[in-house]
Design a protein around this ligand. Structure first.
Ligand code: PLP
Length: 383
């Protein structure tokens, strides 16, 4: 199998699996217990917290362990608004965000907040002028993702921070799931940042929320008061320790991986962009990550391309979900203004540190072969 779906999830490092088992075996005590064993486990948990904080360049008391980035996003968005609701009732987001952000904003809208959608340009970058025009004294929350998960655009977080300087009441959240370690960011400039272990070769079911100030964010669930009361529930210590390990191992590889991914993306863009009807929705330019490429064959359904590649052992993903009754166009691509046919025919290819040049070459070969054998004629017949 050639696995090119690393945006969806990644294969855990062997060392991470080993750590998870070891911690479960030898440190299964509850970190909240005040007995000696509990204290030892708590020390381990805090060592993991410090390691994560050091890698992210922040203080360890700003790091909270959660169950996933969806939970981190929910806590940051709902919790900050709960704190700030007396200062205003406007919130800003774009429609290219992951559902764990977008649907939380829609929930806030149902709860009575005024939701302003900020535009993006045709490449999917936040329209800074539009954002500026939407900011008011009533605005209390802005959320912008670091790197888009569908096509890889790197958002201008620093420029947004500049715009928000005149609005100290605004909580600025960044969903860092697809950007962490891939792109540099100074987290001390923003209020919160979410990451998820399974996107960087850690395990599913563990995430982190960086939160600059606990004081300005309410907890949205209630219980035993773990994680400084922000996220009650017995902490998944093996998950937290293995997340810290995965983050460190990923950090060590960052530069080598960047070079490799550039080479892979360039090869795909060079080879496929010259083919008639193929559209590359992730241009080869500095403000797009090289690990994600979104490619379309308009008039062909993404699912048909996925199936053709599947049969030849290549795993990529489609970006528009087909449920039994309806076909949903991917909202992020739609917001960029891409045509319906382009969106329906789009697939996403994503690399990891493990992806090999031969695998990328094989993908190109098979894609071309299927295109000329199956898809070209269908596209040209206009049916
Ligand atoms: N945000 C982005 C940009 C993502 O790509 C994902 C997962 O695909 C998430 C949030 C949600 O992450 P998790 O699976 O940890 O809930």
């Amino acid at each position: 199998m050639i696995y090119l779906d690393n945006c969806a999830t990644t294969k855990p490092y062997d060392e991470v699996l080993k750590t998870f088992v070891e911690v479960n075996n030898s440190y299964y005590g509850n970190p909240a217990s005040i007995n000696k064993y509990g204290k030892t486990v708590n020390k381990l948990l805090n060592a993991a917290r410090t390691q994560v904080a050091d890698i992210l360049g922040v203080e360890s008391d700003t790091i909270y362990f959660t169950s996933c980035a969806t939970e981190s996003n929910n806590i940051a968005l709902l919790g900050s608004v709960e704190h700030k609701k007396d200062f205003g009732n406007r919130i800003i987001v774009s429609k290219i965000e992951h559902p764990s952000v977008l649907e939380t904003f829609r929930e806030l809208e149902h709860r009575g907040f005024i939701l302003d959608y900020v535009n993006v340009d045709e490449n999917g970058f936040i329209d800074l002028e539009h954002l500026k025009s939407l900011l008011t004294k009533e605005t209390i929350l802005v959320s912008v993702m670091h790197v888009n998960n569908i096509f890889g655009a790197i958002q201008p977080i620093g420029k947004i921070v500049e715009l928000l300087k005149d609005y100290p009441k605004i909580h600025f959240h960044v969903d860092g799931v697809q950007g962490v370690l891939k792109e540099k960011i100074d987290l001390t400039m923003i209020d919160s940042y979410s990451i998820s272990a399974h996107k960087f070769h850690g395990l599913k079911g563990v995430g982190v929320l960086y939160l600059k100030s606990r004081r300005t964010t309410h907890n949205i669930t209630f219980g035993g008061g773990q994680e400084n009361g922000l996220r009650s529930g017995t902490v998944n210590v093996p998950g937290a320790v293995s997340l810290a390990k995965a983050l460190r191992l990923t950090q060590e590889k960052v530069n080598d991986v960047k070079e490799k991914h550039y080479e892979y993306k360039k090869l795909i863009v060079d080879e496929l962009s010259t083919i008639e009807h193929v559209i590359i929705n992730s241009p080869l330019q500095n403000d797009f990550v090289d690990s994600i490429i979104n490619i379309s064959l308009p008039k062909i359904k993404g699912e048909a391309i996925i199936n053709a590649l599947n049969e030849r052992g290549i795993m990529v993903s489609t970006t528009s979900a087909c449920s039994s009754r309806t076909f949903h166009l991917n909202e992020a691509l739609y917001t960029r203004g891409l045509s319906k046919e382009n969106i329906e025919g789009s697939i996403r290819v994503s690399f990891s540190y493990e992806t090999k040049l031969e695998e990328v070459k094989k993908f190109i070969e098979v894609f071309k072969d299927e295109y000329y054998k199956k898809f070209k004629e269908v596209i040209e017949s206009g049916i």
